[in-house]
Write a protein that binds this ligand. Structure first.
Ligand SMILES: Nc1ncnc2c1ncn2[C@@H]1O[C@H](COP(=O)(O)OP(=O)(O)O)[C@@H](O)[C@H]1O
Ligand SMILES: [Mg+2]
Length: 260
């Protein structure tokens, strides 16, 4: 009888130890898997932050490049001409000028002033197309297309099923710049002869579908060497809380879908 009860205690003791071991294993398992999950999440956050940093860097770099370009334009196209105008005006003060000389000098002055005016209009237009502010995004895109197709050998099919709200100028400027960059890339890199731009609602989200028939490129190995242009597009779309996807293969053109 006594031996039996000792057996029960031994069995209970073993059961208890087994239970403790199991609980320990379970606790350890949960602890480590939780740690792993947290670590994964931290890694994801770090990647996100690095991506944001990269975007910010590209915004700053582009801004600097733009400033450099504007400074160069101002210097080459305006300051240099105004300098000559100023020289000519001083020349007019020279005593005993003949009528012919005066005519030549004033012709010079009017010609150069005219050119400086045209340049300043062009520079201002490049910075912010006036039609965009005056007549909205649709008109701005139409003008952009006319400009692109008049000077280059590319045809653009444009279809807009959306109604852009007039007050949304800031958002529209981003969309305009994105299309400007996409068109530039299609012409410069893709040597495309046909581009199609379409605005429509897909699943009730305002979407732009863009495609060209150019050379295309390998998107898989391009991820790490995206240029400033693409990064800028990404940061503009992220300002708009939209999504951006690009699909391309060598010799199969480029297709871009973005929402905003
Ligand atoms: N429409 C396109 N057709 C062919 N290649 C393209 C196109 N768009 C982009 N690319 C490729 O992607 C690269 C990155 O483009 P981008 O970021 O605009 O930089 P960038 O224009 O300054 O080179 C380009 O150098 C080009 O190789
Ligand atoms: Mg580019």
């Amino acid at each position: 009888m006594g031996g039996n009860s000792v057996d029960i205690y031994v069995v209970l003791g073993y059961l208890f130890i087994a239970f403790l071991l199991m609980a320990g294993v379970l606790i350890l398992f949960f602890y480590f898997s939780r740690k792993k999950i947290i670590q994964k999440e931290i890694e994801k956050k770090i990647l996100e932050i690095n991506h944001q940093k990269e975007l910010l860097r590209s915004v700053i770099l582009t801004q600097e490049a733009e400033r450099k370009r504007i400074a160069q334009d101002l210097h080459d196209d305006i300051s240099s001409k105004l300098n000559v105008v100023s020289l000519n005006t001083h020349l007019l003060k020279t005593p005993n000028l003949s009528d012919d000389e005066i005519l030549e000098i004033t012709d010079n002055i009017t010609g150069l002033t005219q050119k400086a005016l045209e340049s300043s209009r062009r520079i201002a237009h490049d910075l912010l197309p006036p039609v965009l502010e005056k007549f909205g995004l649709n008109a701005g895109i139409e003008e952009l297309i006319v400009e692109v197709t008049s000077s280059k050998t590319v045809k653009v099919n444009y279809l807009n099923e959306l109604k852009f709200q007039f007050e949304d100028t800031e958002r529209h400027l981003h969309i305009f710049r994105v299309l400007q960059e996409l068109l530039n890339n299609s012409i410069r890199h893709g040597k495309a002869t046909e581009v199609s731009i379409r605005f429509s609602k897909i699943n009730d989200i305002e979407t732009c579908t863009y495609s060209d028939n150019g050379k295309g490129f390998d998107t898989s190995n391009n991820e790490s060497q995206k240029g400033l242009g693409m990064k800028n597009i990404e940061s503009r779309i992220s300002f708009l809380n939209g999504t951006f996807s690009i699909f391309s293969k060598v010799n199969e053109g480029v297709k871009v879908i973005f929402t905003f």
